[in-house]
Design a protein around this ligand. Structure first.
Ligand code: DAH
Length: 355
């Protein structure tokens, strides 16, 4: 059994440890060592009181109490001192006003998104409503209804990603990732009666190798106008205005015959190069933007094929229309001077923030 002298020594030790506790965690550890209910050193002494002969109880009990009180008040005092010290320290911390400020990072639109906004804004000003359609599309809309039946060689141009259907693939219900935005021509005409004027921006997919000007995932914009007495002259006027608003200046538009099964006649559109003004050369030599030709090929277009109109129950003797479709990345590359299409999708912020 511990004597009263032992208890005083125990308390002395505890008080010393308490005064050297550097923080509140260290202080708590001391408290546990001496006073924890289960196996604290002073707690153990308290428990011994009950085992003593009656004559010794008062003297020993008093010594235990004194030891306990000394430790408790030392704990309290040190605890208060540590808390006050922490507050004083935090108050004395000063801000270093000579540090350079942190750069505020302001986000900005991705160049592709910005180009889509610009395209839809310009066409919107000419009355084209912007609509979007499904990226997973039926064979029927991607091809069949656009006058490209199953075995038509024009399908070779659209290397499509097909999606396996566990229920089987009845010809027109086959689904795949759309290889162009043209299917929306049919979807819109099915739902609306003329006059129709829409622009359809959207993501497209083709199973093709990637290089500086091709990606297997890319964006297109599609224009469609249907009304009575619409002619190729209207198509020209719209594209002419589009080119001038997009690239600035007095742009020229070149039409060359092309072939698309869903337009007749069909044409390929090029704009005269806005960097060399169509000359093909700059003061640095051959114009890098147009490759020296003076022309920038931008889109396919044409008068909507009567067969496509009949599909959606439009009477071709009453209604005509034009359509055009091109690549968004192509325009974004031209507008930002981006030499490689892959720079748009690599997500390297150093590049994206620079254009
Ligand atoms: N959808 C065609 C393609 O991806 C481009 C195109 C050509 C769209 C002629 C049209 C059009 O609307 O009239 O190659």
């Amino acid at each position: 059994m511990a004597t009263a002298t032992d208890l005083k020594g125990l308390a002395d030790r505890a008080v010393k440890e308490i005064s050297s506790a550097a923080d509140e965690a260290a202080l708590e550890a001391v408290r546990v060592r001496y006073l924890s209910r289960k196996d604290g050193l002073i707690t153990a002494a308290t428990k011994e009181i009950a085992t003593l002969p009656a004559a010794e109880k008062p003297g020993y009990g008093k010594a235990v109490n004194e030891a306990k009180q000394r430790v408790e008040s030392a704990l309290e005092e040190r605890g208060r001192a540590l808390r006050e010290g922490a507050i004083a320290k935090s108050l004395s911390e000063t801000a270093d006003l000579t540090l350079p400020p942190r750069r505020v990072r302001v986000g900005h639109m991705h160049p592709i998104a910005r180009t889509i906004r610009e395209i839809t804004r310009i066409l919107g000003s000419m009355g084209f409503e912007s609509v979007e359609g499904p990226e997973v599309e039926y064979d029927y809309y991607s091809f069949e209804a656009l006058n490209i039946p199953r075995d038509h060689p024009a399908r070779d141009k659209f290397n499509s990603f097909w999606i396996a259907n566990p229920l089987g693939d009845p010809t027109d219900r086959r689904v795949g990732l759309r290889p162009h935005t043209s299917p929306m021509q049919i979807r819109v005409m099915e739902k609306r009666k003329p006059p129709v004027r829409v622009v359809v921006p959207g993501r497209c997919y083709r199973f093709e190798a990637t290089d500086a000007t091709h990606e297997s995932i890319f964006f297109q914009y599609e224009g469609l106008a249907i009304d009575e007495q619409i002619s190729m002259a209207d198509l020209k006027g719209v594209l002419y205005s589009f080119a001038r608003q997009l690239f600035g200046g007095e742009r020229k538009v070149r039409f060359r015959p092309d072939y698309f099964p869903f337009t007749e006649p069909s044409a390929e559109i090029a704009f005269d190069c806005f960097v060399c003004d169509g000359s093909g050369t700059t003061n640095k030599g051959r114009c890098a933007t147009c490759g020296g030709s003076g022309w920038i090929e931008a889109a396919g277009c044409g008068m909507v094929h009567p067969e496509a109109l009949r599909r959606v129950d439009y009477d071709p003797s009453k209604y005509q229309g034009f359509a055009f479709g091109g690549g968004v990345e192509r325009l974004a590359m031209l507008l930002t001077g981006t030499p490689d299409i892959r720079l748009f999708h690599e997500n390297d912020m150093r590049y994206l923030e620079s254009v």
